[in-house]
Design a protein around this ligand. Sequence first.
Ligand code: PHE
Length: 458
Amino acid sequence: MTNRENFGSKLGAVLAAAGSAVGLGNIWRFPIETGRNGGAAFIIVYILCILLIGLPVMLSEFMIGRHTQANTARAYQKLAPNTQWKWVGRLGVFSAFFIMCYYCVVAGWTIEYAMLAITNQFAGKTANDFPKIFNEFAANPWMPIIWLIAFVVMTHFVIVKGVTKGIERWSKILMPLLFGLVVLLVVCAVTSPGAKEGIEFMLKPDFSKITGKTVLSAMGQAFYSLSLGMGCLCTYASYFDKKTSLGKTALQVASIDTMIALMAGFIIFPAASTAGYHLAPEDVGASLLFITLPNVFQQAFSSLPILGYIFSVMFYLLVILAALTSMISLHEVVTSYMSEEFKWTRKRAAITETIVCILLGCICSLSFGVLNDVRLFDMTIFDLFDWTSSNIFLPIGGMFISLFAGWYLDKQIFRDEITNYGLSSAPYFKALIFLLRYIVPLAIIAIIVNQLGIVSLL
Ligand code: PHE
């Protein structure tokens, strides 16, 4: 484990971790969940979930990674030698790999849509055209695959460059760019003439909308959005230097992630109300990004098409950037595992990972077309990858991480890491351990039980 690289600066570390967190989960999944669960009321519950569940798990992952300076599988072996805890780390590597295989499919679609936007193909289309455009594209055996390969290869080149010159450098370029684009889009969306209804949807909570299901969706979303439960943040934290404050970094990453998610809401809902949409649950389904939104942009700026053009181009570029930095973090989990455990060079590990991911990604992609009839548990292959990873692997991973940090691990190690060996104080430590011991595991069990439909809580 010699010659391990570190992030060169604190800013680099924060931006890399934020890059992992900010992704399709913020721009695509968050507005969907907000739309489905009643707007502002959901947002309040979501923020509470970030604070009470997300932050403690993130801190645990940071602590485990930084303390062990190893890939996520090795980290648990180091902290708990000769125990079964090693499976938590291995599950993380497996989850990262699993998520990559379908994440690259959706990421590939965003390149196609950026291309359509750039070449002005949305112009003059009506609401009826967009489902057709999307369905024909997704079912086409070639184009989605070409884009997914392009996407994985882009990720590959960043990873091969290494931690400082690859991940850190690109995070420092891509994240500010992403932030700038989001701000521009928010300004555009909230100042458009019919934005009021969309803004109110984001700001006026209707507490009668909060049900058990809202809470569970908010927890699931918090997990997914912060990249928790699968070793991404643990792996990144293994590149933090000894001076990085874990508490501060966690707070910064969670704030950036939540801010971008909220801003995505302030782009999508005002744009939708301007276009005369009252986003109904069926409009904010999985197709939001590729069917509903192109039409929304088209209608919202129908009096000034050039604005619609600029808006859509910026929007899809933004989604590509966000997906890319998340994909990089997923790739890194598997690459660092293979290179350190199998004693392979980084390049060899990355190439192996890239090839296998492309192959499985192709299968996921084809499940929208020729492989659509292949079903397991009544799901297509893509749905199976998506559903099991976000609803099963991540929560299970998160639960074991909280149990590990809350119950198994020596409290002194945790405290030392969080206070940088006494250099700073951590007055919240007791509360943190309480959350990790009781609240987080129970909350996660509720999510899993509900997802599996074993007991209908609601
Ligand atoms: N957090 C990422 C997003 O919001 C998704 C992700 C999950 C990335 C888990 C890495 C690990 O899109």
